[in-house]
Write a protein that binds this ligand. Structure first.
Ligand code: NDP
Ligand code: ZN
Length: 352
């Protein structure tokens, strides 16, 4: 079968591989819709996970099942399903010790596609533990909506969960690409009061206002800590969600959050050995400024809940789809678009 792969750090291309085989609990799917992710860009062009040779890229897919293993009970060939970017091994003992499922076999181990096994940018792909990881696409949901669920919706909303946003609280969301836009939506869904969204590109700023931002802060107009402190009479915000930007934004988040406040980070830092925490901003280590950084949860229930938000009209993630390509062959163009990220790009998708 054909797949679009990371050949080595900095290089991509089409390759031929054997069609994957389903174990007893697994499924083989063909994609119906795919999307490239900024994480693919970190992985290929920054070598953020280290070297990978001929690894098929992509972890955002909805697909049709073509084969299931003998132990799969709830799915059959022909079912159309949402495939979470994160597909933990739900039989891992560490889950019983309280380890989040997405890390149950070591940090980031639930992130299998385009990290520790071939991803979804191929004619066929393999899903482990199908009953526990797949969710049916509800009747009436469009592919444009469905393809935002495996990663963008769940990740942005997880930013709001990690920041533990409280009713009426003030929030800054740093970065309003698709992940940050869903973080803005997540802050609103959790009942935030003021939501200050940090970005620069007009399309993203306009959409951030639609998803619930109350103010836009342009990081190109000066230091965002100063801008946020000015906007809050020097107090800072109760919560920060970090969803974009270089390593320095984490320190800025610490500086702008109030003592006792919380920071939820879903940003993937692709470069550098350390991340800077400002000593005074972190009140010399004694400010009860909580930093939680997380990989998005995956699995079936998570996807079903994300789908419920769409079906109950709490959220329409399809507004983020800025470009639609047709045919698997276009995935390289879509990925390159994500790499170049011109002003009008929010999220390209590929319909197969
Ligand atoms: P985008 O590149 O589309 O968005 C990044 C955002 O950050 C843009 O709004 C950009 O502004 C803003 N930004 C850039 N530089 C700065 C700066 N110096 N200060 C403040 N803001 C800045 O990325 P995505 O939304 O696609 O993804 C966001 C991050 O989430 C990525 O690192 C991605 O890898 C990660 N991710 C993490 C996951 C997880 O499970 N934790 C899952 C999926 C993705 P503008 O472009 O408007 O100038
Ligand atoms: Zn992703």
């Amino acid at each position: 079968m054909r797949g679009f792969a990371m050949l080595k750090i900095g290089q991509t291309g089409w390759i031929e591989k054997e069609k994957p085989v389903a174990g007893p609990f697994d499924a083989i799917l063909r994609p119906l819709a795919l999307a490239p992710c900024t994480s693919d860009i970190h992985t290929v062009y920054e070598g953020a996970l280290g070297e990978r040779k001929d690894m098929i890229l992509g972890h955002e897919a909805v697909g049709e099942i073509v084969e299931v293993g003998c132990e799969v009970k709830d799915f059959k060939p022909g079912d159309k399903v949402i495939v979470p970017a994160i597909t933990p091994n739900w039989r891992s003992v560490a889950i019983q010790e309280g380890v989040p499922a997405c890390h149950s076999e070591g940090a980031l181990s639930g992130w299998k596609f385009s990290n520790i096994k071939d991803g979804v940018f191929a004619e066929f792909f393999h899903v482990n533990d199908a009953d526990m990881n797949l969710a049916k696409i509800p009747a009436g949901m469009t592919l444009e909506q469905a393809i935002m669920l495996p990663d963008m919706v769940t990740t942005g909303l997880h930013g709001a969960e990690l920041a533990n946003i409280q009713l009426g609280a003030s929030v800054a969301v740093i970065g309003i690409g698709p992940v940050g836009l869903m973080a803005v939506a997540g802050a609103r869904l959790r009942g935030a009061g003021r939501i200050m969204a940090v970005g620069s590109r007009k399309n993203c700023c306009d959409l951030a206002m639609k998803y619930g931002a109350t103010t836009i802060i342009n990081y190109k107009n000066g230091d965002i800590v100063t801008q946020i402190l000015d906007a809050t009479n020097g107090k800072g915000v109760d919560h920060v969600i970090v969803a974009g930007g270089p390593g320095t934004v984490l320190g800025q988040a610490v500086d702008m959050v109030k003592a006792g406040g919380s920071i939820g980070n879903v940003n993937y830092y692709g470069e550098g050995a350390t991340l800077p925490i400002p000593r005074l901003g972190w009140a010399c280590g004694m400010g009860h400024k909580n930093i939680q950084g997380g990989l998005t949860p995956g699995g079936r229930v998570r996807m079903e809940r994300m789908a419920e938000l769409v079906m109950e009209k709490r959220l329409d993630p399809a507004l983020m789809v800025s470009h639609t390509f047709k045919g698997l062959d276009k995935i390289d163009e879509a990925l390159e678009m994500m790499h170049a990220k011109s002003a009008d790009v929010i999220k390209p998708i590929v319909l197969i």
